[in-house]
Design a protein around this ligand. Sequence first.
Ligand SMILES: *Cc1c(COP(=O)(O)O)cnc(C)c1O
Length: 340
Amino acid sequence: MIDFRSDTVTKPSAAMKDAMFAAPVGDDVFGEDPSIMALETYAAQLFGKEAGLFCSSGTQTNQIAINVHVQPGGEVICHEESHIYKYEGGGIAKNSGASVRLLKGNRGRIDAKTIEQWINPPLDVHFPLTQLVSLEDTANRGGGAVYSFDKILEIRALCDSLGLPLHLDGARVCNALAVNQMDPAIYGAAFDSISICLSKGLGAPVGSVLVGSREFIHKARRVRKVMGGGMRQAGIIAAGGLFALKNNRERLTEDHRHAKLLEATFLKQDWVEDVLGVETNIVVVQLKNAAKRDEILAQFMSFGILAMAFGPGMLRLVTHLDVSSEDIDFTCEKIGMISE
Ligand SMILES: *Cc1c(COP(=O)(O)O)cnc(C)c1O
């Protein structure tokens, strides 16, 4: 099976498993796991931050960050289709008792002007206090769309003028950085906190890392403990994450090239209405006939290709390090054989 359902389906390579097998470990709740500390330090330095925190998932890093930034009754501003709102089980309400202001915006991205319109006047007691702005780069529901750094800087300037923290759901931030070819530390300086998934395109089996100031991470460590996320000899998995950050970032451009090949092939098919312009590793296909979605997915499956339903009349295919160039050639050939 060639599995395009998500970039979370990757399996650790032999070299990654060797690194995990050899990882020195200790009790991380006592602060004694050298492999976790190495990962946290590496990720923090990479993004120009003081400290890092290894967590079990991207949902956990996002939810912890929100919990540190926001008080109960406060408000988070984010895109209406953002992962923190749509795909984290109502965690903002449940974990932090906070309200959410959902904004519209092009392909999962929001802009400073719209954010500014929805920041509540802090002295008017009617309104929840706006306490956090959260961006997603790349934007999953936006088909892997990338923010231009100028737009991020406008949002940063707005947040600075109001004393608001800015969080990044950077589940696929390394994909974004591969496109704009930016130094992660320069990019990272625009945010107060960044959640980075190790288990997506970077290919580690488990985990995400949260980075920010020393003070922020200290608070986050407490929240992680409270949420039951204090792990013990988890260096065995952190070592896979460190291997991923060190070895699997540069090759992301290959996934992006593969996604472009899929896009070009889809656009030639008469059963395809459109493809969200591919910028990174996510290909979102809009079908001419929405009712045929599941039948088309079944045809893919009969060729040994797994894609995912992504809302009415839409398919999503995600390229990743377990999809080879040969797999892409094979898939492009089969796309041409699919009929409505
Ligand atoms: C996958 C993802 C996450 C985190 O997901 P987990 O499965 O909890 O690791 C967060 N944000 C975005 C945009 C994602 O795609």
